[in-house]
Write a protein that binds this ligand. Structure first.
Ligand SMILES: [Ca+2]
Length: 111
């Protein structure tokens, strides 16, 4: 599972932690993770560029621009290290209501 060159798998420990701290089902978490590893370069963290591709795939919205995805990225990067881990992503999705996410996606932010 952790062979070099192969895609990183979500470990049982990670999955348990995510399930315990979120309201998502294992199926939902695995679905998100599939998208996550598809855009990740293999280090388990998404850069802004990777997150941009991730958000466009995830929300099925090709018109999402960098201003919008960078804004979402900033909200998801809770420890401000410039990358978004899968755990940060899941916890942010749970914390942000669908309504707020919609607002993020449909409005440009000027900060
Ligand atoms: Ca981070």
């Amino acid at each position: 599972m952790s062979d070099k060159g192969s895609k990183r798998e979500l470990t049982d420990a990670e999955l348990d932690a995510l399930k315990a701290s979120s309201v998502m089902s294992e199926e939902e978490i695995r679905k998100y993770y599939e998208h996550f590893v598809n855009v990740d370069d293999g280090d388990g963290k998404l850069t802004k560029e990777e997150f941009h591709n991730f958000a466009r795939k995830l929300f099925g919205n090709d018109s999402l621009d960098r201003v919008k995805t960078d804004t979402i990225f900033g909200a998801f990067d809770t420890n401000n290290d410039g990358t978004v881990t899968f755990r940060e992503f899941i916890l942010a999705v749970v914390a942000i209501s669908n309504n707020e996410l919609d607002i993020m996606l449909t409005h440009s932010f000027h900060m």
